[in-house]
Design a protein around this ligand. Structure first.
Ligand code: SF4
Ligand code: SF4
Length: 357
């Protein structure tokens, strides 16, 4: 019998070392120092004196093939065909030849690319998929990101803020973005339990899977109608059940909203800080979400005015206390800030609990 041809079916991603710029590879683990040359430009110097310049530019999270072609053309011209994507959706051109730096910056400017986001600046906004790509989205995260960028653009191109400013947006509680550990974040929220459509549930959904999908065990079977019932006391409006069964209607234009969170942080070398609730309700008001944008601007401008150099929003709040945070920002502290959910005990340390004077 002829030997079977060997098919490789699971090749996975290429090894990252195959994609690293040769100068970076040569000096891997041997960098001596780096300096911020200008907003968006970082110079790295290695032990053997070699230099490389990183030019960081903001890009949208969802891009077209034409955009990628333009990106590759620029990389071929200035950075030997190498680019790097950062964890916050920026792109970095690696310029090993200093003489090409000015040309790259000039071309990026001419083409409308924005260079910045290094040091004490606004980083690119992390956001989730929104209405185009995900069926559980309450808000359109990319749309809100655009509205925020338009308002906060200046903070991306300057690096004299008190500290780094990381913003994240998630369109539902599944929170595919880094909302829990960003300085300022928005989360789309349902505020009512799902309405069960028995007809759809009985015809389209697997009852055991649906029951198992609920993280708080709020769903139990209703065998008499081949459907389920929801214990509203236990429901936290997460929408997980809707993900596995389209008969669990959870979207509600009248009640769905945004919430704003502040003070999250995930710095290397220290424990992560969870974001905490600052505003429980903001209207879901597309296409520009003016109330949410204004709320973000208010917190950011208050932080810039009152924080010490090096303090991120969470550090600043920790120093002045939550009570003063609410006073300075003019945000109302309400009963909604107090976590009274039946499973609240494990989350007490992640809320804005404090003793009001
Ligand atoms: S956050 Fe929710 S709605 Fe947005 S992409 Fe993730 S699962 Fe979908
Ligand atoms: S919305 Fe979440 S908590 Fe409520 S019933 Fe569905 S899965 Fe359970």
């Amino acid at each position: 019998m002829a030997a079977k041809e060997k098919h490789i079916t699971d090749i996975g991603p290429p090894h990252y070392r195959d994609m690293v710029h040769p100068v970076l590879l040569k000096n891997y683990g041997k960098w001596r120092y780096h300096e911020y040359v200008a907003p968006g430009v970082i110079k790295h110097v290695s032990m053997n004196g070699e230099e490389v310049y990183m030019v960081r530019a903001a890009i949208p999270k969802i891009v077209s093939v034409y955009f990628v072609r333009e990106l590759c053309d620029i990389a071929d011209k200035y950075s030997d065909g190498y680019v790097k994507f950062t964890s916050r959706h920026n792109v970095e051109f690696i310029v090993a030849n200093k003489n090409k730096l000015e040309g790259l910056l000039k071309e990026l400017k001419e083409k409308g690319w924005v260079v910045g986001g290094t040091g004490r600046s606004l980083k690119a906004i992390i956001h989730t998929q929104g209405w185009v790509h995900c069926h559980t989205a309450i808000i359109d995260a990319p749309g809100l990101a655009k509205a925020l960028y338009d308002e906060l653009y200046e903070y991306f191109v300057r690096d004299d803020l008190p500290g780094k400013l990381k913003i994240a947006i998630a369109c539902c509680l599944n929170m595919c973005g880094a909302v829990h550990c960003s300085d300022l974040a928005f989360v789309g929220m349902h505020r009512k339990p799902p309405v069960v459509n028995d007809d759809i549930v009985s015809r389209l959904c697997e009852i055991p899977t649906l029951v198992a999908s609920c993280p708080t065990a709020a769903i139990r079977p209703a065998p008499e109608k081949k459907s389920v019932v929801v214990n509203e006391e236990r429901c936290m409006y997460c929408g997980n059940c809707y993900t596995v069964c389209p008969g669990m209607f959870i979207h509600n234009p009248k009640y769905d909203c945004l919430s704003m969170w502040v003070g999250g942080n995930a710095v290397a070398g220290g424990p992560p800080e969870f974001s905490r609730l600052a505003i429980p309700y903001l209207p879901n008001n597309p296409p520009r979400w003016p109330e949410a944008v204004q709320a973000a601007r208010n917190v950011i401008d208050t932080w810039i005015k009152h924080a010490k150099k090096g303090e991120r929003i969470g550090d600043w709040i920790k120093r002045i206390g939550w009570e003063r945070f609410f006073t300075l920002t003019g945000i109302q502290f309400t009963d909604k800030h107090i976590d009274d959910f039946i499973f609240a005990v494990p989350t007490f340390r992640t809320t804005t609990l404090f003793k009001w004077r």
